[in-house]
Design a binder for this molecule. Structure first.
Ligand SMILES: Cc1cc2nc3c(=O)[nH]c(=O)nc-3n(C[C@H](O)[C@H](O)[C@H](O)COP(=O)(O)O)c2cc1C
Length: 209
């Protein structure tokens, strides 16, 4: 049972990476079958009630939401980063291993800014750091001041200053569905209400009288 629990947890954390190889519609039911009866939390690209309803229909017991909640009033993310999530469409999201002197060569999804565009096609690994490092911004990590080297994987918080066109702006494939920065107390009920509406109006009628 232990390994199964670990597997579902891993799945929840790694979907943005795994899903580059296998789509949500085939991956989620396969995981649900593989780990049954362990509950599965679906994650990756779920940004509104449609995603919640789809995940439940495919066998998930719950959903985990990342990007949508970065663009919330409460998230400790820089306002510029939140605004870029709202402004970006799905086509603005790139999968890259460019970022990470701190955590090298990890593929992740990010908003395509200048540094991502400049390194497109050469971004399967984190490029070597220059000596002395080229500093693109300043922030605070675990209470300590931190000078962000070029390709830093540290995400911008309200403590961050510098060039946002050089920074890692992690964001998933559901980014295009995020239309406004809102309080979490509004985002979550709206998602669940929309999911319930879809189930009532689109799924229940299939059963007929
Ligand atoms: C701000 C942010 C930080 C993230 N950090 C990590 C991370 O450290 N490790 C990881 O495996 N995934 C990370 N992810 C990807 C999340 O696991 C992913 O967002 C989650 O599965 C939900 O997907 P969604 O953002 O499409 O809702 C991060 C995503 C965001 C938006």
């Amino acid at each position: 049972m232990m390994w199964r629990t670990a597997f579902t947890q891993q799945y929840a954390l790694d979907v943005p990476f795994i899903s580059a190889g296998m789509g949500f519609f085939s991956l989620l039911p396969a995981v649900v079958e593989a780990v049954a009866p362990v509950p599965v939390i679906a994650a990756g690209g779920i940004a509104d009630g449609r995603g919640v309803a789809a995940a439940l229909a495919l066998g998930a017991d719950a959903v985990s939401v990342g990007t949508r909640l970065v663009a919330s009033q409460e998230a400790y993310a820089h306002d510029d980063y939140k605004r870029r999530i709202v402004a970006a469409s799905a086509e603005d999201i790139a999968r890259t291993a460019l970022f990470g002197p701190e955590w090298p060569d990890q593929p992740m999804r990010v908003i395509r800014n200048r540094v991502v565009r400049e390194w497109a096609g050469r971004d399967h690994k984190t490029p070597p750091s220059s000596d002395p490092p080229h500093i693109i911004g300043r922030t605070v990590v675990l209470g300590q001041a931190y000078a962000m080297p070029k390709f830093s994987a540290i995400l911008p918080t309200p403590d961050t200053t510098g060039d946002f066109e050089e920074m890692c702006l992690a964001a998933g494939e559901g980014t295009g569905l995020v239309k406004a920065i809102k309080p979490v107390a509004q985002i979550v009920p709206e998602m669940m209400d929309e999911a319930k509406r879809i189930i009532e109006e689109r799924l229940v009628p299939i059963i007929g009288d």
